[in-house]
Ligand binder design. Structure first.
Ligand code: ZN
Length: 419
């Protein structure tokens, strides 16, 4: 399949993929970066099967969309590499060789080419307090903010706590979203027709942006709209109920008190995230990388498991090697939720009724590729660092005993103790 014969646009890139939008189509192409070694077809096949056969059915109970492998003409790959060198960020160009295999995936930021499309991307991160942090009553995300500040990866601590978003309680969920709007980092983006119009790098007046749309007369209704979708099963039509708009943005505490309905999308995501809690990371073989993916897929094939069937999902989660579950959990903790909506009504999509208006929405999830076993070792090391940082700060801070409870005070404390 040739990409160059079509109009295309560079969207963004991570460590492994470059995403290109193919204009006037409903799909994107993910180019695969090669780091000196040619990527084996089997590795790409396993990654695509992991997304299609494991992660999507576990999250949605069915295969709501599919990724597929395509082959690009060799001359296209060379020309794309050259053309992209003028567009890509310089720090990413250390990897400029691409595989002639690529992944064709649905464009999750649009509903249809014939209408105005908006898409909110939320990277919610870990929505519970993991067992190693229970005694500190802090979640991984909130603790990591302090490490990121110390390492100058961020300019300021975010008041967003994933436990607020996963609480199922509207006031707390609203607080979570407002804190993400205030300090988006890489956890919050808004797209219009596939282009980013709000993010960490392009912060504008979000309220004005939203209320300019013909659908939302206030930011409060927009937040209710997003929350109702997250609390739904992700595929049903919804009638929106406007809730109270008075929110206290700061708490500085991580409350683990979740009241999510069992069939809600957020509950399904949280359940997958919690799969890591029963496995001891010390039992991991550090020499392994991605070998487990083919073993997992083979085990499923041998047992004839189809995870779009509820019985098979139950059997899978109850009997499969716990090491696989912890790797599925790692993906669920780092994925992004995409809520795409259009003011125009589309019959093939579910709707949200707001007063006498109705709009279509599509809920999907991206970044579902398998993680390497090495990422678990990295996580273990980061946990140790976070605990050391927490204990160092709380041990040294005598005057300000509320450190880690009041982020603004703690920013000063970090600077003062230079830890
Ligand atoms: Zn937290």
């Amino acid at each position: 399949m040739s990409v160059l014969s079509k109009k295309w646009k560079y969207i963004n890139e991570g460590n492994v993929h470059i995403v290109l939008c193919v204009i006037d189509t409903n799909y994107v192409i993910r180019l695969i970066k090669e780091d000196g070694n040619m990527t084996k077809m089997e590795t790409i096949r396993n990654s695509v099967d992991f997304v299609n056969l494991v992660m999507i059915p576990l999250l949605f109970g069915k295969r709501v969309y599919n990724e597929e492998i395509i082959q690009l003409p060799i001359e296209d790959v060379a020309e794309l590499s050259e053309k992209l060198s003028n567009i890509r960020p310089k720090h990413r160009q250390v990897k400029s060789i691409f595989s002639h295999f690529a992944i064709k995936a649905p464009n999750l930021t649009t509903i249809s080419n014939n209408c105005e499309n908006y898409c909110l991307e939320i990277k919610p991160k870990e929505g519970f307090i993991c067992r190693h942090f229970k005694r500190y009553q802090k979640c991984y995300y909130c603790l990591k903010q302090f490490l990121k500040l110390q390492e100058k990866q961020i300019d300021g601590i975010s008041n967003y706590c994933p436990l607020d978003l996963f609480s199922g309680e509207k006031t707390r969920m609203k607080r979570a979203l407002l804190n993400l709007i205030q300090n988006p980092q890489n956890n919050f983006k808004l797209f219009k027709d596939g282009n980013i119009i709000y993010s960490e790098k392009s912060k504008i007046d979000f309220e004005m942006l939203i209320t300019k749309l013909p659908i939302f007369r206030s930011i409060n209704i927009f937040l209710d709209f997003i929350i109702d979708i997250l609390l739904s099963d992700g595929t049903s039509s919804i009638i929106l109920n406007e809730s109270d708009g008075e929110i206290n943005l700061k708490t500085g505490k991580c409350y683990e008190d979740s009241n999510l309905k069992p069939n809600s999308f957020l509950n399904k995501l949280l359940t997958l995230q919690k799969l890591s809690e029963t496995f001891n990371l010390d039992l991991i073989n550090k020499n392994e990388d991605y070998e487990y993916v083919s073993k997992l897929l083979n085990d499923m094939k041998e047992l004839n498991m189809d995870l779009s069937k509820s019985d098979d999902r139950e059997k899978f989660l109850g009997t499969i090697n716990p090491k696989y579950l912890v790797l599925i959990s790692a993906v669920a903790k780092d994925c992004s939720i995409m809520i795409c909506f259009s003011p125009n009504s589309h019959q093939s999509y579910s709707s949200v009724k707001i007063g006498d208006k109705s709009l279509s929405y599509k809920l999907s999830v991206t970044d579902l590729e398998p993680k390497s076993i090495k990422s678990l070792t990295k996580r273990k090391n980061t946990e140790k660092k976070l605990i050391q940082l927490y204990e160092k700060m709380n041990g040294k801070i005598v005057i300000n005993s509320t450190a880690f409870r009041n982020p603004s005070q703690t920013i000063r404390s970090v600077a003062a103790i230079d830890c």
